[in-house]
Design a protein around this ligand. Structure first.
Ligand code: 8ID
Ligand code: ZN
Length: 348
């Protein structure tokens, strides 16, 4: 297999600066890394936050974004074990971690202080050839469609882990705020596959139809409903047992602390710029509410999330466009106009 010297990528020199579709060198894998020929990459709202510089953590610059890369192994460093040329591999947000600190020892690799992040501190999957730590790269089964698999690599893993963090039982209610977006559309399906009842919150009739087609029993439109808290409590017969916040809205997070059922768990996933959790302490105490952050997933969560998908339980609602069209996807995403996930084809 011949590997070219240069490749197409979308790269930016400064946060918020032009997104340049151009030729850049193909990277050399380090001793511990795979070289993955990325075929498709999902576009996550995190990529938009990274480009804009929304968070109190600096990105590498210049940067190639992207962290839902699905492709084929075409090379590897000398210390890599257990991978073969031709294997399907996934480039995830968590590209590598130290494996030695207390968090890595407990399987909390995303919380490692030295975590290396695809499309943030490490050039990501908006390029045709990306490098990935062989320990963290996801193993994608050969029979699956790589375009469909791409969104599982961040959105799928993240919502699956968030649902586990919500600690609900089969038959109980989960409310998903931001249900029509990339993470939300997968969260509805994982929740159904795990046996939960789903109440979805998002805006507009198109999203309502979409969320219901994916398995939501109830839809609440945040653009039309006057009292979201009251509606969610009524629709779920006393409030959901778990709430998954995947919207990019500080207000929606505050509402979830109010509509959650007593002893329920509010899970924070979406990362609106500069947001704070503002919740009535009295309610949180008297209802004995748990509020928990959830950050992607570890290797076991990743393998489990991919297994649900490979068994046909999760269908990724995707639209495929060329990598060169990435700026127009960011525009739609900013306006909240995306149903499900956009996936870019790196050959176009
Ligand atoms: O590990 C993590 N914690 C993690 C992993 C991956 C992504 C966190 N994220 C974060 C992203 O950085 C982003 O902040 O999750 C958030 C959602 O990512 P996404 O699903 O990729 O975004 P999207 O496709 O744009 O979907 C967002 C949805 O939220 C709705 C929008 O209409 C859209 O469908 N929404 C908004 I904005 N405000 C809402 C509101 N007030 C709302 N839905 C309900 N109520
Ligand atoms: Zn992501």
């Amino acid at each position: 297999m011949s590997i070219p010297k240069t490749q197409k990528a979308v790269i930016f020199e400064e946060n918020g600066g032009p997104l340049l579709y151009k030729d850049i060198p193909v990277p050399e894998p380090k001793a511990n890394e795979l070289l993955v020929n990325i075929k498709y990459s999902g576009v996550c709202h995190t990529d938009l936050h990274a480009w804009k510089g929304d968070w109190p953590l600096a990105t590498k610059l210049p940067l190639v974004g992207g962290h839902e890369g699905a492709g084929v192994v075409v090379g590897m460093g000398k210390n890599v074990k257990g991978w073969e040329i031709g294997d399907y591999a996934g480039v995830k947000w968590l590209n590598g971690s130290c494996l030695g600190c207390e968090f890595c020892q407990h399987g909390d690799e995303p919380n490692c202080a030295d975590a290396d992040l695809s499309g943030y501190t490490h050039d990501g999957s908006f390029e045709q050839y990306a490098t990935a730590d062989a320990v963290q790269a996801a193993r994608i089964p050969k029979h699956v469609d790589l375009a469909q698999a791409a969104p599982i690599l961040c959105a799928g893993i993240t919502v699956y882990k968030a649902l586990k963090t919500a600690n609900v039982s089969a038959g109980q209610w989960v409310c998903i705020s931001g249900a029509g977006g990339g993470l939300g559309s997968l969260a509805i399906q994982y929740a159904k596959a795990m046996g939960y009842r789903v109440a979805a919150i998002d805006g507009g009739e198109e999203k309502e139809e979409f969320c219901k087609s994916l398995g939501a029993e109830v839809f609440i439109d945040f653009t039309k409903t006057k009292d979201i808290v009251k509606e969610v409590v009524a629709a779920t017969n006393g409030g959901p047992h778990g709430a998954i916040n995947v919207s990019v809205s500080e207000k929606a997070i505050a509402q979830s602390v109010e509509y959650i059922r007593s002893t329920g768990t509010v899970v924070l996933v979406g990362l609106p710029a500069g947001a704070k959790v503002v919740a009535p302490v009295f309610d949180a105490v008297v209802k004995s509410v748990s509020i928990r952050g959830s950050y992607v997933g570890n290797r076991a969560d990743s393998a489990e999330a991919l297994d649900f998908f490979a068994r046909g339980l999760i269908k990724c609602p995707i639209k495929i466009v060329g990598l060169s069209e990435l700026p127009s996807i960011y525009e739609l995403m900013e306006q909240g106009k995306i149903l499900g996930r956009y996936v870019v084809d790196t050959s176009k």
